[in-house]
Design a protein. Structure first.
Length: 209
């Protein structure tokens, strides 16, 4: 994995862990039940065949690694413009796959086909974002500002710049008892602003690693 990408992911991970603690303690963060990139819904596991729609045609070499925490494989790639994607596979999303040997010959998303996974998708430079991005049906563009974020997600803006991604069922539980809400894999959209303007964006689809 690219060293700069590892640093960026570790930084985002630290922010999200801290946000998770605040979120569950105060129960005041905004959430969304829909996040779409180029028409692909990211509030659910998606097939590897859909990844090309997230990446476009300019992705670099795909790296395959074995993830100890999920005991399965993850596939990562990036684009020259600074878009990074990791596709992490969970056994519970793919009950039809009985053995890890299935992945031995799978080197890219086309070969994985209908295999489902969860993604971490990030843009290290918002000015190079040319994707259609909708968070809670709000359009996110390179011109998105901190002031707009405060209007769209006022509760999240009180503690940071993160928005929970919840399924409809999770959202119902969250609304009933937000301070007691717990979830196995927490998913977020992380907005990073610089001088009041969107600088970076990361969508974490509830990955474990």
């Amino acid at each position: 994995m690219n060293p700069s990408r590892q640093i960026f992911n570790r930084t985002i991970s630290a922010v999200l862990v801290l946000f998770s603690m605040i979120s569950f303690a105060h129960g005041a963060e905004d959430y969304t039940t829909t996040v779409k990139v180029n028409g692909i819904e990211l509030n659910q596991a998606l097939s590897a065949a859909q990844v090309d729609k997230l990446l476009g045609k300019n992705s670099q070499k795909i790296t395959k690694e074995y993830a100890e925490c999920t005991e399965n494989y993850e596939y990562s790639t990036s684009t020259p413009s600074g878009k990074n994607l990791t596709f992490e596979i969970f056994a519970e999303d793919n009950p039809q796959i009985k053995s890890d040997s299935f992945y031995k010959s799978k080197q890219n998303f086309q070969q994985l086909g209908t295999t489902k996974g969860r993604v971490w998708l990030s843009w290290s430079n918002s000015q190079h974002m040319n994707d259609s991005i909708l968070v809670n049906n709000k359009v996110i563009t390179p011109q998105y500002t901190l002031n707009q974020f405060k209007k769209d997600f006022p509760n999240s803006a009180k503690n940071g710049t993160n928005v929970l991604i919840l399924t409809p069922t999770e959202a119902r539980h969250y609304l009933k008892k937000p301070s007691e809400f717990e979830i196995g894999y927490t998913a977020y959209v992380n907005f990073d602003f610089k001088n009041g303007k969107l600088n970076k964006l990361a969508i974490n689809q509830g990955m474990a690693c």
